[in-house]
Design a binder for this molecule. Structure first.
Ligand SMILES: [Cu+2]
Length: 185
């Protein structure tokens, strides 16, 4: 930016602002491009989700947003009812501010306390480098870990079998309290 001529005349001011805004826009476009293309995760961006749903028989991807209750170890939504075999994008918007309130949403293939406890314990051993997400056959899908202020998402297809599927937060110390149910009908 040309700071010295910035305020010389109105037209220079607006030219500079225009250049500045163009630069901001370019950076935003680049960040969006990198965010969409740079990750090798099960997430899908909005565009490809729409393309996929147009190609398949279902008409829309259902978006579900979950937020924690402030700085509590508690999901604001503890019961979600969805249709079987439906494309879902689950969004976790972590509005917490406390540094120990990182959260994720790990959906299990069951509503079984043994599975919940085993995965909750294994998460600690999995460690921060793995987002406190253990490898376990009983995990259906999971969002990445969201630090306070972050938003994460995961896209998946709900099970074809109706039933109750537990979801938990696997940040150390959270899973016993931070749970909910995905009810597939
Ligand atoms: Cu949590």
């Amino acid at each position: 930016m040309v700071e010295r001529s910035f305020y010389n005349t109105h037209s220079q001011y607006f030219d500079s602002m225009k250049q500045y805004l163009n630069a901001v826009l370019m950076v935003a476009v680049m960040v969006t491009f990198l965010a969409c293309g740079g990750q090798n995760t099960p997430e899908t961006d909005t565009l490809s989700s729409e393309e996929e749903s147009q190609a398949s028989s279902s008409s829309n991807v259902v978006e579900i947003t979950i937020r924690p209750v402030g700085n509590e170890m508690k999901y604001g939504v503890e019961s979600i009812t969805v249709d079987a075999a439906t494309d879902i994008t689950l969004i976790l918007e972590n509005i917490a501010t406390s540094p120990v309130m990182s959260h994720n949403v790990v959906i299990l293939k069951s509503n079984n306390d043994d599975d919940v406890n085993r995965i909750g314990f294994a998460a600690i051993a999995a460690g921060e480098a793995n987002g406190y997400l253990p490898e376990d056959d009983a995990i259906l899908t999971a969002t990445p870990m969201a630090k306070p202020g972050e938003t994460v998402r995961v896209s998946f297809t709900t099970p074809s079998e109706p039933g109750v599927y537990r979801f938990i937060c696997t940040y150390p110390g959270h899973y016993a309290l931070m749970q909910g149910e995905l009810i597939v009908i």
